[in-house]
Design a protein around this ligand. Structure first.
Ligand code: CUA
Length: 338
């Protein structure tokens, strides 16, 4: 692909298919542009007026022709639709068994945190051949994570989580950009995804160890914010619902409907607890809006995940060795990191 100058390098499991679809659409377009241009020119010459008093033969119309030139383009358009939908769903359905990376955008930088605690700014280290799920939000305006070499791009929106995933196929440094105009330094808001061989990545992880995992910090926040007084010291439940095993489970609400307890549900329940009250519980929880920033919220979410039995615990990001940093004692909750 590098032989074509305007196509970025292809370095993820999805990029080949995105390119194939793109070339197909371009090919169809070029074919019809040439065909129609040729036919227009040909008919102009073939059926030109040959003398000033010529009266053309009346045209009756042809149902057969009309049907044909409606059906054929429909079929061609449908191939684009179905292929496009297939690629879209492959890309936007959350990946299973992925390594979580928490992403917070702010004017004008990207902050990443690995499930094992390592933090990075404007640079993201990941292993090759492993699915990486980005759980993303922003502290201020809308930004957008765009990694051309992986053919992935998604908005990062204030007040909610969006996710996207990729699996890098070859080691290297891949430029990423903010793809949503977000103010003065928008054009400089980017950096590199560094894709490493798994062993090299393990080295990098241990070289940057010593930072508490987001789950452990989240546990500290859980205690310091007083969550434990209702949800139990070990999240076993009390006046509030139990949180053990919550993440990924189906929750029945007061109204009778059920929701899946994903990242967004947990986030909403912290900031706006009255929105979705679990059946059997009263609307007694106060809102934590303004007491917790986006990074801390993600840490609380990571703690909830670590309590879950449905998905791998947060420490499985480094399967070949014990996690580098996993303080069991309650660490001091970090202040609003800047
Ligand atoms: Cu952030 Cu543009």
């Amino acid at each position: 692909m590098q032989s074509i100058p305007f196509i970025p390098e292809s370095a993820s499991t999805i990029s080949g298919e995105v390119d194939a679809l793109y070339f197909y659409i371009s090919g169809v377009t070029v074919f019809f542009v040439l065909l129609i241009s040729f036919v227009v020119v040909y008919f102009v010459i073939r059926y030109r007026r040959r003398n000033p008093f010529e009266i053309p033969r009346p045209i009756e119309g042809s149902t057969k022709l009309e049907t044909l030139w409606s059906i054929i383009p429909l079929l061609i358009a449908m191939t684009i639709f179905f292929w496009g939908a297939k690629v879209y769903f492959a890309q936007y359905r959350p990946a299973k068994n992925a390594m979580d990376v928490y992403v917070v955008g702010k004017q004008w930088m990207w902050k990443f945190q690995h499930a094992t605690g390592q933090r990075e700014i404007n640079e993201l280290h990941v292993p090759v051949g492993r699915r990486v799920k980005l759980i993303m939000t922003t502290e201020d305006v809308i930004h957008d994570v765009f990694v051309p070499a992986f053919r992935i791009k998604a908005d990062v929106v204030p007040g909610k989580y969006t996710t996207q995933w990729f699996e890098a196929t070859k080691p290297g440094r891949y430029h990423f950009f903010c793809a949503e105009y977000c103010g003065m330094n928008h054009s400089g808001m980017g950096g590199y995804v560094v894709v490493m061989e798994p062993a090299e990545y393990e080295n990098w992880l241990s070289g940057n160890a010593g930072q508490a995992s987001p789950g452990a910090v989240g546990r500290g926040l859980y205690e310091s914010l007083g969550c434990a007084s209702c949800h139990g010291v070990n999240a076993e439940g009390g006046r509030g619902p139990a949180l053990i095993g919550l993440y990924g489970s189906k929750v029945t609400l007061n109204g009778g409907q059920t929701v899946t307890a994903d990242e967004s549900y947990i986030r909403e329940s912290v900031l706006n607890p009255q929105a979705k009250v679990v059946t059997g519980f009263g609307p007694i929880m106060p809102s934590f809006q303004g007491q917790i920033n986006e990074e801390q919220l993600l840490q609380v979410v990571a703690y909830m995940k670590s309590l879950s039995t449905a998905t791998p615990a947060v420490t499985t990001a480094s399967p070949n060795k014990p996690p580098a940093a996993q303080p069991s004692a309650s660490p001091k909750p970090s202040g609003p990191p800047r």
